[in-house]
Design a protein around this ligand. Sequence first.
Ligand code: NI
Length: 196
Amino acid sequence: MPQGAGRLHLHPRLTAPGAPLKSPRMALREIIILPDKRLRQVSEPVQRITADLRALVEDMFETMYKAPGVGLAAIQVGVPQRVVTVDTAKKDEPQNPQAFINPEIVWSSEEKGTYEEGCLSIPEYYEEVERPAQVKVRYMDLDGKTQEVAANGLLATVLQHEIDHTNGILFIDHISRLKRDRVIKKFTKAAKREAE
Ligand code: NI
């Protein structure tokens, strides 16, 4: 999800080739855009925490902050693994990077909440989505330990949005078919234009 999920947030291009990165180990990865079919792929569970996995998570944070966004799923950088990065800290708060490996929703509230959502893979498109207002998510942390988090507000929405990505589901799947068809058509046309 883009930061703030508001209409004012633009989606800047990735750093120009050759631009310096924060750390030599970290790298920006290219975010894939609708209608890229990989976005519909169901991601594989992570078996264990490896150096490659840690590098992926670092790159995802770098890519997410640069975009800027509040959440990113590995499939959005073309890696079909069940890995999600999130930071819902406000602009005036310190960064709060959180990584969720193999996240799954183990409980959702009856109560619903609505947020205007966006997605780094569907740039500059925002629509209101209703989801459970609270969720409990079980996941593995970067030490390989199983953890559980109770989330509400923005974090609950972001976690549901990102976990959807690990299952090949996009936020536009939660809006009306008319609106969904319209946005898919728009991005398909844009991709064709770019390919020409
Ligand atoms: Ni998204």
